[in-house]
Design a protein around this ligand. Structure first.
Ligand SMILES: Oc1ccccc1CN[C@@H]1C=C[C@@H](O)[C@H](O)[C@H]1O
Length: 331
């Protein structure tokens, strides 16, 4: 590993390089993670269901372990995520008698969760994905249907950001979403973010999840999205980057290794992405991969359960792939 440069060192002049980590990778790959990344995101342990599984019962152990490692090694941490329709316990949306909660109760619970979590990590988590994936993927509605929206109303997003800012005025507050470069969804995300800015809601950035693949999105669509979001005066974080070997519709599960063509295409795509992102380093502060190496990726189970994928810069043995060397060469 000696003659392999640190990815985050090489990119220091452009932006931070982060990885989503979990208790397994932090335990098995700590030195590797500390070498290549200067920002950490909890893949799951800072989600609502993991921090407050039952009302008033907070479980911080795994999140505290990540924070301790980050503090000891001077790493940034991205908080992920406070308000999201997924991985949130059912109790949040229910009265004690099992009936649905009302607006006032749900706002109180949202506030309680945000304050308890953000005050614990004040000064240790520099930026938070305050709201994740609130924008709809299709149809004319800006926002997707969710309990947060149906019970509180469309202003649940405003409230989440206001509570977050009250809890930690120094934290940088992000709206985070996927398919962020698809023109239709881009315009919806833009409209929601523009509304927040115009209402004086404390939002500081947009998180582009960047779950991309070998063919989509086009570089032009990514460029248009970066420029559109940046035009609001907001900072951009690439928050969950990976490049799937399969398009969303391709459910094939016959491969045990990427084809040569896939590896070549991946190398070309990663080079083109980092060429583009370094061009926009003035507005992009951080690029985080949704994982460390191909030995573990959420894409091994999404959208096809148990189908191996190879979306990152390091292979299953933590060895640099051709993509890694191309990305280093861009810096
Ligand atoms: O790419 C998608 C397509 C459909 C739904 C969600 C997503 C991405 N959703 C992300 C992926 C993994 C989770 O661990 C993250 O918390 C979430 O933000």
């Amino acid at each position: 590993q000696q003659n392999i440069p640190s990815l985050s060192d090489v990119y220091k002049k452009h932006f931070r390089i982060g990885a989503a980590v979990n208790p397994m990778t932090l335990h098995d790959q700590e030195a590797f993670i500390l070498k290549h990344f200067n920002s950490l995101t909890a893949e799951n342990v800072m989600k609502f269901e993991r921090l407050q599984p039952e009302e008033g019962h907070f479980t911080f152990t795994h999140a505290d372990e990540l924070i301790a490692i980050a503090q000891q090694n001077n790493k940034q941490v991205r908080g992920h995520t406070l308000v999201w329709h997924n991985q949130t316990p059912d109790w949040v949306f229910q009265q004690s008698n099992g009936e649905e909660a009302d607006r006032q109760l749900l706002l109180e619970r949202m506030k309680q969760h945000i304050f308890t979590v953000m005050e614990r990590y004040k000064g240790k988590i520099g930026s938070w994905d305050v709201v994740n994936e609130a924008v709809s993927d299709s149809g004319t509605d800006l926002l997707r249907e969710s309990k947060w929206r149906s019970i509180i109303g469309d202003d649940f997003i405003d409230k989440a950001f206001e509570y977050a800012h009250m809890a930690d005025p120094d934290a940088r507050l992000f709206y985070n979403d996927y398919n962020e470069s698809h023109p239709e969804k881009r315009e919806k995300i833009y409209s929601v973010a523009k509304g927040l800015v115009e209402r004086g809601i404390p939002i500081h950035g947009i998180g582009l999840q960047a779950h991309w693949n070998l063919s989509e999105p086009s570089l032009d669509h990514i460029k248009q999205a970066i420029e559109r979001y940046a035009s609001l005066g907001l900072k951009l974080h690439i928050t969950e980057m990976d490049v799937s070997a399969f398009s969303f519709e391709d459910k094939r599960a016959d491969l045990t290794a990427p084809t040569e063509e896939m590896t070549d295409k991946l190398t070309e795509r990663y080079r083109s992405f980092f060429d583009l992102m370094t061009e926009y380093a003035a507005v992009i502060d951080s690029v985080t991969f949704w994982g460390v190496a191909d030995n573990y990726t959420w894409l091994d189970d999404f959208p096809v359960k148990g189908r191996k994928n190879w979306p990152l810069l390091f292979d299953e043995h933590l060895q640099p792939k051709p993509s890694f060397w191309e990305v280093v060469d861009v810096a």
